[in-house]
Design a protein around this ligand. Structure first.
Ligand SMILES: Nc1ncnc2c1ncn2[C@@H]1O[C@H](COP(=O)(O)OS(=O)(=O)O)[C@@H](OP(=O)(O)O)[C@H]1O
Length: 331
């Protein structure tokens, strides 16, 4: 996608003395929020406390560009895959040209900036040829500027049981690397079923975007991990169309869709050197091994970790919470 804007733009807020005072006041506000374990409760959702300052700063200051497309999700529902696919779709002219895809040397999260990083400490740098910004922030808590801009939003969700298991592995790994005693699976499950998880309640996160997608179908594309796995080619075409860069007949005949699917497959990405041995956000408080984002990439792995009773309990909760919404998540 071409853009007349300079190739790199820094979205920077909070360098000034005013910004520093603001950061202090966010910290003060956050210290008053209800807390359970690693999470703080704010505007109806539970957030990992370390991300809250960045979220509040984004809510107050983020100014989207009209061409922005937001990649949104609750954690562990397919974000890395969706980021790589949308990035590969947007940059496909580079992919087929002489320069190889940036995905070969950068992990997908380093190709698409995250809205809620603490922008004062860590300003977002983005490549204006790639109009993508990602966020896990729930729909009702997005910066109002995003909603009023009418920017396009792509949302992905996943069966709650698989999302939970993926989430548990991820935070356990994260906490071990930070010398924090990880939550047991049982404890984390209990909290999850009570709505307490990063950006949870999970069902409210899903419902927020689901309802918005019904209200603004031309602006919000609602996807599931399971459907995307079932027919990735149809989804790649749908994503391109939604982002305003449909594949030409010629591209389809040249196998461009398949090239993107292969480039972004779990098999390919998880075996790249950068994703096996690299670190995401190295030298920041958010540093994490890239390999942690690539675990199994399978549907139904929950059954290897949760008992059938736990599975049935979470299914029952999801069914009850989604009742009447018209949404049925694949299981
Ligand atoms: N390319 C590709 N294709 C299919 N699946 C993939 C891919 N990359 C990552 N994954 C799997 O997605 C799960 C991680 O979810 P997220 O990417 O949303 O995590 S995060 O929120 O960005 O941290 C996590 O799922 P689990 O394996 O079930 O834990 C990853 O393995």
């Amino acid at each position: 996608m071409e853009s007349s804007l300079p190739s790199t733009q820094i979205l920077d807020f909070g360098e000034s003395a005013e910004g520093k005072n603001e950061a202090k006041s966010y910290k003060e506000m956050i210290s008053t929020f209800p807390r359970v374990k690693r999470w703080s409760y704010y505007e109806g959702f539970w957030y990992s406390t370390m991300f809250l300052e960045g979220i509040m700063s984004a809510q107050d200051h983020f100014i989207p560009q009209s061409t922005d497309i937001f990649i949104t999700s609750c954690p562990k529902t397919g974000t890395t895959w969706l980021k790589s696919l949308t990035f590969a779709i947007c940059t496909r002219s580079r992919l087929s040209g002489s320069s190889a895809s940036a995905l070969l040397t950068k992990m997908p999260h380093d190709c698409v900036p995250l809205l809620e990083h603490d922008l004062a400490q860590n300003p977002i740098k983005r490549d204006c040829a790639v109009p993508l910004v990602s966020t896990h922030v729930p729909y009702s808590c997005l910066p109002k500027s995003i909603i009023s801009s009418g920017c396009k939003i792509i949302y992905i969700c996943r069966d709650a049981k698989d999302a939970f298991v993926s989430f548990w592995y991820f935070i356990a790994e994260l906490e071990r690397s930070r010398n924090v005693q990880p939550l047991s699976l049982e404890e984390a499950f209990e909290l999850f079923c009570n709505g307490i998880s990063s950006y949870g309640p999970y069902w409210d996160h899903v419902l927020g975007y689901w309802r918005a997608s019904l209200e603004f179908p031309e602006k919000i594309l609602f996807l599931t991990y399971e459907e995307m796995k079932k027919d990735t080619a149809a989804h790649v075409k749908k994503l391109a169309e939604f982002m305003g860069c449909s594949f030409t007949l010629e591209e389809e005949e040249e196998g461009e869709v398949q090239k993107i699917i292969s480039m972004c497959s779990f098999q390919k990405l998880s075996n790249l050197e950068v994703n096996k041995n690299g670190t995401h956000q190295a030298d920041t408080p958010f540093a994490i091994k890239n390999s942690v984002f690539f675990r199994k990439g399978e549907i139904g792995d929950w059954a290897n970790h949760l008992t059938p009773e736990m599975g049935a309990r979470l299914d029952g909760i999801m069914e009850q919470k989604l009742k009447g919404s018209g949404l049925k998540l694949p299981r």
